[in-house]
Design a protein around this ligand. Sequence first.
Ligand SMILES: *Cc1c(COP(=O)(O)O)cnc(C)c1O
Length: 405
Amino acid sequence: MSLVRQSIPVARPVLDRAEADAAGRAILSGWVTQGPEVHSFEREFAAAVGAPHACAVSNCTTALHLALRAAGVGPGDEVVTVSHSFIASANAVRYCGATPVFVDIDPATFNMDASRVDAAVRPRTRAILAVHQLGMPCDMAKLVEIARRRYLPLIEDAACAAGSEILWNGRWEPIGKPHGDAACFSFHPRKVITTGDGGMITTRHEDWDTQFRLWRQHGMSIPDTVRHHASSVTFEEYPTLGYNYRMTDIQAAVGREQLKRLAGIVARRRELANRYRERLAGRLPQVVLPHEPEWARSNWQSFCVRLPRPVDQRAVMQAMLERGISTRRGVMCAHQEAAYASEPWHCGDRGPVSCVCGPRRCRALAHSEQATREGLILPLFTQMTDVDQDEVVDALAAALSLCAV
Ligand SMILES: *Cc1c(COP(=O)(O)O)cnc(C)c1O
């Protein structure tokens, strides 16, 4: 293997002096975890997405775990979700002792096919976990209708979707309001805004928010902040099994600066996505462009095209890498990983029995598997220049002519 100089990465966070100074301020303040910066970040994030409550946590995976717990998901239950997602979505279901029931995706949007959800709901179903994949809002109008009709909580995995919007009763609203019962965000550097690691849960339910605050800090009845300011001695209690899912004030201080940039970051990403569309449609019409429904506005956390069959995905990626351009394959499928080979999961289309197709293949998840095989995530980041982008398109064109079978 030769060392490859990477001139164009697949993603790059927008971080500079403002974030470094904010982290420095938090450190020098002497209060470095779950203090005033976390409190302000929560208020500002809630205001940005129009949510009544926002609770900061250590990352989106812990956010999902708490949201599912608040929804009442426990051992022996089932949660209807997608396999075609980052593995953390399905793992969070298993942390509750529950079994994920995978429904296939709509091949156009890479998102949960809402028309398959009803058939996947069974007596043990306790919640629906929908993913706004790669920042593209999923069909919340249909999913909310199903969730209400079946009396099921609806959790949104909005890990990638800060700054995405959905048309709701005639108005554009941010993802995270939330439109279901709770929405979970990630601030990992691969997402559009970052705190290093970090997460946020927005919810419409005050009692859920109270639960999240207990659980994230060991189930402690009186938080540090309250004891710190108390004028009389108080002893905390631990009424419930909690976790350490705290966000630090250093992360939150960075997050507040990132939030100020969010609108600008998304605007530039949308410009670049449009430019990819124009260039690729003109030059490589065989490449399938991502579909944005008329009721959705993606933040383009990722720009995922489909390679025409029978092009070899890995060979295309390798050829591009050799020109210094980093790409990623399409979104993974949890059910194809060894972590799911012997663990229980069901596919949604087969009635009350386990999938019998085998660990890495499932006929009921054909669109999911195909999207993993054919998807190619192209570089897209705020600082990317038009010249960078043209280089990516040139490299893809060259790779496709090389790799044509
Ligand atoms: C990134 C991601 C997660 C996990 O987020 P972390 O903050 O890394 O825990 C979960 N779900 C989806 C869809 C993701 O893309």
